[in-house]
Design a protein around this ligand. Structure first.
Ligand code: DGI
Ligand code: FE
Ligand code: FE
Length: 186
């Protein structure tokens, strides 16, 4: 793999606010930790997590155009909250801009917010690292951290459950992939 952790972090830094960049570094460290614990490729875990929020601050009209024009991007994203767009759009932007070609890394970036059916080991690690990095303090995160010490699927399932319950409690929509990820792990 030609891209390293340092190159990936340097690439995204100008596109992120300071707080988001610091979150990105913490997710990267957390993902390496989880990769070691659960036997995933640590280099892929650190590159995917260094890049995961690349598109977080891209203009909405630009992301919308990507969804409308890239045949690989699910059109139903347009019917859900734009918060969900930065993962899938970011993956394809990186593919175009820096030649990121590793399908496992692209998948982990793409699914980091919503999860999806049949998540790979790397998908789960980036998803979970984003949820439990030490800067997070939403209700229930400590229990997810504790489960993550030993049980990757259990920790992902609880993170997904917490997110679903939170969204439902606010009467917000839930993207179907989040249910697919949850059902798959339960
Ligand atoms: O980008 P981050 O702030 O690091 O975190 P994220 O990529 O997980 O996405 C931000 C938020 O998106 C997350 O806290 C909850 C919200 N969200 C909105 N609709 C959905 C959703 N999350 C999931 N999993 N599914 C949804 O349908
Ligand atoms: Fe994100
Ligand atoms: Fe994130």
């Amino acid at each position: 793999m030609e891209i390293t952790r340092e190159k990936a972090l340097d690439y995204v830094r100008p596109f992120l606010k300071t707080r988001r960049y610091e979150h990105t570094v913490r997710v990267t460290d957390q993902a390496v930790d989880l990769a070691q614990r659960f036997g995933a490729d640590t280099e892929k875990a650190e590159v995917a997590s260094a890049l995961h929020d690349y598109a977080k601050y891209k203009p909405l009209d630009l992301m919308k155009r990507w969804i409308e024009t890239d045949r690989r991007l699910s059109k139903d994203l347009l019917d859900y909250h734009h918060e969900l767009w930065h993962g899938p759009v970011g993956a394809y932007m990186l593919e175009q801009e820096i030649g990121l070609a590793d399908p496992e890394i692209l998948s982990a970036i793409s699914s980091h917010t919503t999860g999806k059916k049949h998540m790979s080991l790397l998908d789960k690690i980036v998803f979970l690292a984003d949820y439990i990095e030490p800067g997070r303090d939403f209700p229930g995160v400590d229990e997810v951290r504790e489960i993550a010490e030993t049980n990757l699927d259990g920790a992902c399932a609880l993170a997904l459950k917490n997110t679903i319950v939170f969204l439902v409690s606010k009467e917000r929509t839930v993207y179907p992939d989040t249910f697919h990820a949850y059902n798959d792990l339960i």
